[in-house]
Every structure is written in structure tokens, then in C-alpha cells.
Design a protein around this ligand. Structure first.
Ligand SMILES: [Fe+2]
Ligand SMILES: [Fe+2]
Length: 179
């Protein structure tokens, strides 16, 4: 135990806040490695863009084969993946980074794959697999961020919870399709 109080004293806190004000939300007390966090968030952003595109493809193709229940699920998920991408891009900018929207290298940055599938069953299986990849990678990212960057962690955790719902939806669809 030291004599140091748990919290930074107010004077230091105020002085620190005045330094590097051009960095906006990124303060002296930021505990994480900013460059690493931006890189990780950009990988998550790529994952979300790839998932948006895959669900969009599945939505239009399922419409074509008259699978309206699945099509509606695909569309809803596509919209939510787009929302996730937006949250990540916004956070990257807050951290002073640049959200990478370049199509070049998108699939390499993404954790999830882009497999379109031929039949409805193949589409659902691929979506389920992609969700499971996202779930594992986001859980790992949340653990890495820990209390070093609680805001980024909270965003990742919120996305993670929705990916778990997506996986559950796809598993349900798959069951409904029979074998
Ligand atoms: Fe997502
Ligand atoms: Fe998802």
C-alpha cells in the first residue's frame, strides 16, 4: 500500500485535460495502446462490412426463391451489421484513427468469410458459421480491451450480444429447414 489516493488528484486531472486538447476524447489517462485498438477495431469494421454484404446477397437471393421468412431475417441482420459497422467507425474516429472502408484487402482484414452458398440451407449455414467466428473474435477483443478502454469494450460487448442473437436466429432457421 502506498499513500497515493486511488484517484488522480483534481489539480493533476485538470492540468492533464488541458494538454493535447487537439486529441479530443483521447486523454492522457487512456490506458490502451491506441494504434493496436484502432487496428483491432478496423478488423471488426471489415468483419461487419463483409457480414452486411453477405446478408444482403442472401436477402435478395432468398427473395428470388420465395423463402420470405428467411429473407426477412437476412434483411434485419444486414441492417444490424451495418449499424455495428457505423458504431465501430465512429469509435475509431473518436480515437483519432481512420476507419478503413477500402474494398481492397477487406476480406483479409475481416475475421468472417464471404461465402454466398447456393441453396437456402447453405446460405443459413454460412451465416451461422460467420456469426460464430464473430462471437469468438469479439469475446477475445472484449477481454483484451479489459479496463484499458472501457468505451470500446462496451461497444464490442453490445455488438457481441447481437451476434449471439443472430447465431441463435440462424440456428433456429436451420432447424426449421429440416435435414
Ligand atoms: Fe455485426
Ligand atoms: Fe451478426
Amino acid at each position: 500500500m502506498t499513500d497515493q489516493p486511488f484517484l488522480t488528484d483534481v489539480k493533476t486531472l485538470r492540468e492533464r485535460a488541458r494538454m493535447h486538447i487537439e486529441q479530443g476524447a483521447l486523454t492522457e489517462g487512456y490506458g490502451a495502446n491506441r494504434d493496436n485498438v484502432v487496428k483491432i477495431l478496423n478488423e471488426a469494421l471489415a468483419t461487419e462490412i463483409v457480414c452486411t454484404l453477405r446478408y444482403k446477397s442472401h436477402y435478395f437471393r432468398a427473395e428470388g426463391i420465395n423463402a420470405s421468412v428467411a429473407a426477412q431475417e437476412f434483411l434485419e441482420h444486414a441492417d444490424q451489421e451495418q449499424q455495428h459497422a457505423d458504431w465501430l467507425a465512429e469509435r475509431i474516429v473518436q480515437l483519432g484513427g481512420k476507419p478503413n472502408f477500402s474494398p481492397e484487402g477487406l476480406l483479409t482484414r475481416s475475421h468472417a468469410e464471404f461465402v454466398e452458398g447456393e441453396t437456402l440451407r447453405e446460405m443459413v449455414v454460412e451465416d451461422l458459421v460467420a456469426e460464430r467466428i464473430a462471437i469468438d473474435s469479439y469475446r477475445e477483443i472484449a477481454r483484451y480491451l479489459g479496463d484499458q478502454d472501457p468505451t470500446s469494450r462496451r461497444i464490442i460487448e453490445e455488438i457481441l450480444a447481437q451476434e449471439e442473437e443472430h447465431a441463435d436466429d440462424m440456428a433456429g432457421l436451420l432447424e426449421g429447414l429440416g435435414s
